[in-house]
Design a protein around this ligand. Structure first.
Ligand SMILES: Cc1ncc(COP(=O)(O)O)c(C=O)c1O
Length: 357
């Protein structure tokens, strides 16, 4: 038998989650955000399951080229635009929609001859202070782009810093800034990520950009995807490859960061940080053995981790272990590890075999 670790990807769940986004924003076109290898789920596979989306959003030309090579003809947004002017020929050839987030990008684009006209998204910094033109630079950039024969459609965009927070003050402020900056402009807009799409209908605009919700994960702290009607897409599953009986006071794993509080059985799971399981997940991180909730013990090793079998008395070598997914929301594992589900999913290591279900 091969090493038992496997990531099961439920394609029907992806399609279901896209349906949740559609119902939450029925009038809106959706750029399915599939950057970072489809949030760790596999770019082409995710795109196939989400082909009824209106477009895709990626980070790099390589990702966009892979989608085109796989036959997708959808609009594709490049969320960080172009990094250097030599990319513009490929952007035009592949008919991509770069985000223009600095004034010099608008100038460069206007100066560069292209084989086809392209659509662009013009990003405005409304308070996140990551990417985007300051509102006062927008008019000049738009004038440059509108005068450029190589530019066809323009969509205005921004990104929310705190749409996932219960206090909606941040969204209100950014939205007010966006509205003031774009007053009188008759152009399509793209504002909402998953959290804004689900909770802030006033941000829906023409194009939304849901990412994490498509993968069945809640964008909101303290709520799991299942609470929002989403279905988990990735289930990371393995098996026990050893069971150790340890006496009270014995150490488990490196450090040892855990010492047994009592005589107990400890299971050894084929999954470690080189598979993408977070090393900083300490003792007590939730995990399922044969479907029973239990906890991890001690430090995660490169290829293995230890689990408490006190509450799973029938567990044996070969027992199924769920690291996250169906039955154990990845949000819970992420919270226990002091991180977010985005990081866990996107960190799945290439060495983990994937099975589509
Ligand atoms: C510009 C932009 N739009 C949309 C998204 C999707 O966000 P989420 O996964 O929270 O829906 C991201 C994700 O990082 C992003 O950077």
């Amino acid at each position: 038998m091969a090493r038992p670790l496997i990531a099961r990807i439920d394609l029907a769940a992806l399609a279901h989650n896209l349906g949740v986004a559609r119902r939450a924003a029925p009038e809106v076109k959706l750029f399915a955000v599939v950057k970072a290898n489809g949030y760790g789920h596999g770019l082409a596979r995710v795109a196939r399951a989400l082909r009824s989306a209106d477009g895709f959003a990626v980070l790099s030309i390589d990702e966009a080229a892979a989608l085109r090579a796989a036959g997708f003809t959808h609009p594709i947004a490049l969320l960080e635009g172009f990094f250097s002017v030599d990319e513009l020929a490929d952007i035009a050839r592949l008919r991509l929609r770069p985000v223009i987030h600095r004034a010099d990008q608008a100038d460069l684009l206007a100066k560069t001859r292209l084989a086809h006209r392209i659509d662009v998204l013009v990003k405005i910094n409304t308070g996140m202070n990551r990417l985007g033109l300051p509102p006062k630079r927008l008019a000049d950039a738009l004038a440059t782009l509108r005068a450029a024969p190589q530019v066809r459609g323009i969509t205005l965009m921004t990104h929310f810093a705190a749409a996932d927070e219960a206090d909606d003050g941040g969204v209100r402020q950014q939205l007010a800034c966006f509205r003031a900056a774009t007053l009188g402009l008759d152009l399509p807009v793209s504002l909402a990520n998953s959290a804004a799409l689900l909770r802030h209908a006033e941000t829906h605009g023409d194009w939304a950009r849901p990412g994490i919700l498509l993968y069945g994960v809640s964008p909101f702290t303290g709520e799991d995807g299942v609470d929002l009607g989403l279905l988990p897409v990735m289930t990371l599953e393995s098996r026990l490859i050893a069971v150790q009986f340890v006496r009270k006071g014995d150490g488990v794993g490196y450090g040892p960061a855990y010492r047994a509080e009592r005589d107990m059985n400890v299971g050894v799971v084929a999954c470690g940080y080189a598979d993408g399981y977070p090393r900083h997940a300490g003792t007590g991180t939730p995990i399922l053995v044969d479907g029973h909730p239990t906890r991890t013990l001690g430090r995660v090793s490169m290829d293995m981790l230890a689990v408490d079998l006190s509450t799973v008395p029938g567990a044996h070598v070969g027992s199924t272990v769920t690291l996250w997914g169906v039955g154990l929301p990845v949000e819970r594992v992420a919270a226990a590890a002091g991180t977010i589900a985005y990081e866990l999913l996107t960190a799945l290591a290439p060495r983990v075999p994937v099975e589509e279900t």
